[in-house]
Design a protein around this ligand. Structure first.
Ligand SMILES: Cc1ncc(COP(=O)(O)O)c(C=O)c1O
Length: 364
């Protein structure tokens, strides 16, 4: 079920973002008293039996949802996706080594900046030369041989671009999937580590999902602070210190919701339909709206566009707000407008938004 009922409005925020309604309802109950324990989820010890079950089920359901092979470890971390920018470089750029990075937008630029503080970085694709309007095909990537890894971002939240297919690399592949994790199937043969901040498709901000190949854990150097060392965290099953218990619980509920809805196949079909309605409304009024991404790389999660002028963009925001639509302002780096429609964003909300796009163009 993806409807918006009662006193809630359509939230197009890029993140933190809309969560599934059944998940929020369950969380309301479990915050007070989970599993008849007489204690709320946030009040349970992270080493007690109730949280043991939550963690175990969250890991198992995550594996089921993502079809994650056994050779990958599933970890829950904190510090947001941005901490991963530094942490993965600390763990995997060895002495004198270089990592390949694909720069496809604001978040990858930040990942590169952080990694450069730790080691050598080679920018194998520089999207700034085309205003980040697309993600590269393999023949546009100029990677160096013998790199410690290649890093890319599957979906660029701000520019609204995505890799239709993952790039390929001889080096281990690490992907920031913060804004499209579990919106479609993941090819695990192509990836050695995937990470995602929770606040778009998974749960509350601050919590991070890391799926990492066990063999990559062997490359973690000794001597790192243990809270920044993937192998130390994996050795303790994500409980090296107090983990983000509520974040893990809520992710677990989101995984149960995805499974109940029909899994990633259903999410992907739904996301295609949802984005399709909006792109269709934009494309059929192409004299009025300009979309940002090249067609080959259009995101199904974040749709960045603008009207004919900043003044009209402002009226668009005002008029949509009156209809109970919020979070449509474009990111400050790009301006214009953006609708973010992650897994939990209701399909009927996309239909209503597409109608609004049509009527706004007609009346202005
Ligand atoms: C693709 C991507 N990567 C990284 C981040 C940073 O996430 P966090 O704020 O959790 O550090 C974001 C934030 O929106 C994002 O969209």
């Amino acid at each position: 079920m993806t409807t918006t009922t009662g006193d809630r409005i359509l939230n197009f925020s890029a993140g933190p973002a809309t969560l599934p309604e059944p998940v929020l309802r369950q969380a309301q109950t479990d915050l007070w008293n989970i599993d008849g324990s007489g204690i709320g989820i946030c009040e349970h010890s992270h080493r007690g039996p109730v949280f043991d079950t939550v963690l175990q089920e969250t890991v198992e359901d995550c594996r089921k949802v993502g079809n994650i092979p056994d050779e990958f470890e599933i970890l829950f971390l904190q510090g947001g996706a941005s901490l991963q920018f530094a942490m993965l470089a600390m763990n995997f750029i060895g002495d004198g080594q270089t990592a390949n990075y694909l720069d496809t937008g604001v978040w990858t630029t930040k990942a590169i900046k952080e990694a450069k503080k730790i080691g050598n970085v080679h920018v194998a694709f520089d999207g700034s030369t085309c205003n980040y309007d697309h993600c590269p095909q393999d023949n546009e990537i100029d990677a160096i041989d013998g790199a410690s890894y290649m890093h890319y971002c599957s979906n660029n939240t701000i520019y609204g671009t995505r890799f239709a297919n993952a790039p390929t690399s001889n080096a281990p592949m690490i992907c920031d999937m913060s804004s499209d994790i579990f919106s479609r199937a993941i090819n695990w043969k192509n990836h050695d580590m995937v990470y995602a901040g929770a606040q778009k498709n998974l749960g509350p901000s601050g919590t991070v999902l890391v799926v990492i190949k066990k063999t990559l854990l062997d490359a973690c150097p000794s001597g790192l602070p243990s809270t920044l060392d993937y192998s130390a965290i994996a050795a303790k099953g994500s409980r090296l210190n107090t983990p983000p218990t509520f974040g893990i619980y809520l992710m677990g509920q989101v995984f149960k919701w995805i499974l109940a809805e029909g899994g990633l196949r259903e999410m992907e079909l739904r996301n295609e339909r949802k984005a399709g309605m909006i792109y269709h409304a934009l494309d059929s009024n192409s004299d009025f709206y300009t979309t940002f991404a090249r067609e080959c790389c259009r995101s199904r999660m974040n749709i960045a566009f603008k009207t004919r002028s900043p003044e009209l963009d402002a009226s668009f925001l005002e008029e949509s707000a009156k209809l109970g639509m919020s979070g449509l302002k474009g990111h400050r780096d790009l301006g214009g407008l953006r609708s973010s429609i992650y897994n939990a964003f209701p399909e009927d909300g996309c239909a209503r938004f597409a109608e609004f796009l049509e009527s706004f163009a007609a009346t202005h």
